[in-house]
Design a binder for this molecule. Structure first.
Ligand code: SAH
Ligand code: TMP
Ligand code: ZN
Length: 406
């Protein structure tokens, strides 16, 4: 049994996805022979309730100068972060000369709004290529991993912060203790923490097992976050369920006793008890649901191949790496994956080696079926691809269940 990443307890393993490549490790044919693999497996800590990966990929293998994920590719996410920026600015309004720090600021999708409004801000983004895009947008960005040392340097240079922000990044950091100790140094006494990540409750309810991949070291619930931050004197004062990324949760925290705790927190605690997030059986059941989902998807794809249908993947998401490798989906089942990110195009998907092609190739010769790997962007994608359906094209989704959309 592994020691827990969040407390001193021991983690009970509940599922292995087998041999996995790096989720965002899109590669050229010449790199096939040197592709790194590890075992993707998850466990549950009964002491602090944190669900977590059992084998970690070194962070420098995932976040570097060729990081393939650019936040601003999604129009919907751009709008989501525009609204978040407006909300944070309202909260900051009474403060003179506020200072905002965001970690995992990527291409500046959120901080650009603070930069444009002349609000003091700092982005912390270790992937140098995306950090450079942010700077070109006028977002002050330091290219480093956030931890206690960096927090000390930020305070020395800029002073303490009023707000600490992070979207889809806290769950990427296995050594969260160092991050929370850093936040404790960085934040003013009345400062606030706001972060959002995919929500464990949604993963369990929707069997969205593809949220599990190397970059997501931790799978948060209100319960595990309260426990972890409580040890550093912080408490959750508000929670907001979000639809983005297939179901996320935004946690707002402050130093204990500084703010009233909202009713939403009490309601969410009850909801989590209802879901059984504190029980190992819940995760064992999740494993059975995942195995069933794999069986259904593979038989559907094999049947379509038998009928001579063309199936193309839509959106080479990091999540798709878990699905293709766990289900054994190779180019004989899915001809190529259409993706709008230039650095992925012309390469092959990690492990399964399905070619990634520009969207123009999808549009120029529609397949019979499109397997929606970007299911979390379904609304946006289905709306803009109406022409595909108009000529009889069909969508395959696998969350919350395997089905062909009619
Ligand atoms: N916030 C953006 C990006 C999420 S992707 C969004 O929601 O779209 C996660 C980002 O966190 C990556 O750009 C990665 O380089 C960065 N990251 C990973 N570990 C980090 C750490 N320890 N400190 C700061 N950023 C980190
Ligand atoms: P993610 O946000 O779920 O990780 O997915 C991001 C990937 O999906 C990225 O490579 C771009 C791709 N994508 C498309 O190809 N077309 C689209 O319409 C959308 C929304 C994303
Ligand atoms: Zn623990």
């Amino acid at each position: 049994m592994n020691p827990c990443l969040a407390c001193s307890g021991l983690v009970t393993p509940f599922m292995s996805f087998g041999r996995m490549p790096i989720a965002n490790g899109f590669l050229a044919r010449e790199q096939f022979d040197s592709e790194p693999f590890y075992e993707l497996a998850v466990g549950f800590c009964p002491a602090c309730r944190m669900v977590q990966l059992l084998n970690l990929v070194p962070r420098e293998n995932m976040f570097h100068e060729q990081y393939a994920f650019f936040s601003s590719t999604s129009v919907r996410m751009a709008e989501h972060f525009r609204r978040l920026a407006a909300e944070v600015r309202t909260r900051l309004a009474p403060k003179p000369d506020p200072f905002v720090v965001e970690i995992g600021s990527n291409d500046g999708i959120l901080l650009q709004h603070f930069a444009q409004a002349g609000v003091r801000h700092l982005g912390v983004e270790p992937s140098a290529n995306v950090a450079q895009v942010a700077r070109e947008r006028g977002v002050t960005t330091v290219s480093a991993f956030f931890d206690e040392d960096l927090a000390r340097r930020i305070v020395a240079e800029h002073g303490q912060a009023d707000v600490f922000l992070g979207a889809n990044v806290m769950c990427h950091i296995p050594c969260l203790q160092s991050v929370i100790a850093g936040i404790d140094l960085l934040l003013k006494p009345d400062g606030q923490i706001m972060f959002e990540d995919p929500y464990l409750g949604d993963i369990i309810e929707k069997t969205s097992y593809d949220q599990i991949y190397d970059e997501h070291a931790l799978y948060f619930s209100l319960s595990s976050i309260s426990f972890l931050f409580g040890r550093y004197g912080f408490e959750v004062v508000d929670v907001t369920p979000l639809e983005v990324h297939g179901g996320s949760m935004r946690y707002t925290l402050a130093r204990q006793g500084r703010q009233t705790v909202s009713d939403a927190v009490t309601a969410q605690r009850a909801h989590e008890r209802g879901l059984g997030l504190e029980k190992l059986e819940t995760y064992e059941q999740f494993r059975r649901h995942t195995e069933q989902s794999r069986g259904e998807l593979v038989s559907l794809l094999r049947r379509l191949r038998g009928e001579g249908k063309r199936v193309v993947g839509y959106a080479a998401t990091s999540k798709s790496t878990t699905v293709t490798n766990y289900c054994g989906i190779t180019p004989d089942l899915v001809e190529f994956i259409s993706d709008t990110t230039p650095v992925k195009q012309g390469k092959f998907s990690p492990g399964a080696h399905i070619p990634v092609r520009p969207h123009a190739e999808f549009a120029a010769n529609y397949p019979d079926y499109a397997l929606l790997f970007g299911w979390n962007h379904a609304q946006e994608i289905l709306a803009k691809e109406q022409a595909f359906r108009d000529v009889g094209g069909k969508w395959i989704v696998y969350v919350p269940k395997v089905q062909v959309l009619e």
